[in-house]
Design a protein around this ligand. Structure first.
Ligand SMILES: C[S@@+](CC[C@H](N)C(=O)[O-])C[C@H]1O[C@@H](n2cnc3c(N)ncnc32)[C@H](O)[C@@H]1O
Length: 194
């Protein structure tokens, strides 16, 4: 059974979904991730396939991508976040309630890109790798290591381990958290090989 780092370290200790929502309060601004803005502006995604924004939260990146003309599947574990109203801002956004720690309910080669920002679960890259069409992309940005949340970060090397062979890394910036050998901040752009 898939084991979810985030779920285990944060959710199970919590009693209710309210705790999850409190932890991930609605961001003050709705600006999309700068990394996603920059990464996607230099890349043409394969046409005719939607983008998956996994663990989309309050949808700042989904809204941005939909404004860029992409059909977006915005998926999150937290129903309240999905039902907060932002998803109806565009007919290009389709909300899906799911647990990203489990095998995902999508056929292989469904998405032109999978975007994951500020979320990690053990096995994440293995779980999403087949969802991308050949020539499509994975964009990943971890949380920063500030605020004592380093245990929510991936282990160093995990993206390479789970995506190679089969993907080419166009960008891979991994930084070990000071004083830790097992947690690293990570940003990556990877393209699925043909
Ligand atoms: C820090 S927020 C990031 C939200 C969004 N990606 C952003 O950049 O604004 C982390 C998100 O992960 C979601 N999440 C946590 N565990 C999850 C799981 N097992 N499956 C799906 N989503 C999950 C939370 O509900 C929350 O919306």
């Amino acid at each position: 059974m898939a084991y979810c780092h985030w779920f285990s370290s944060n959710f199970r200790r919590s009693r209710t979904l309210k705790d999850v929502i409190t932890k991930h309060r609605r961001p003050r601004g709705n600006e999309p991730s700068r990394f996603i803005v920059d990464a996607t502006s230099n890349i043409t995604l394969p046409n005719a396939f939607p983008v998956l924004d996994l663990a989309c939260g309050y949808g700042r990146n989904s809204v941005f991508l939909s404004k860029r003309g992409h059909e977006v599947v915005a998926a999150d574990y937290c129903r309240e976040m999905l039902m907060d109203g932002w998803g109806t801002s565009s007919s290009f956004i389709h909300s899906v309630h799911l647990d990203a720690c489990l095998p995902l309910p999508f056929a292989n080669a469904t998405f032109s890109a999978v975007v994951v920002v500020h979320f990690y679960a053990i096995g994440l890259f293995r779980n999403i790798r087949d969802l991308v069409v050949p020539g499509g992309y994975i964009f990943y940005e971890s949380i920063s290591a500030r605020g004592g949340n380093a245990n929510e970060l991936p282990a160093p090397g995990v993206a390479q381990e789970e995506l190679l062979p089969g993907y080419t890394f166009l960008k891979l910036r991994e930084r070990l958290v000071e004083g830790s050998k097992s947690c690293a901040t990570l940003r990556l752009i990877a393209r699925r090989d043909f």
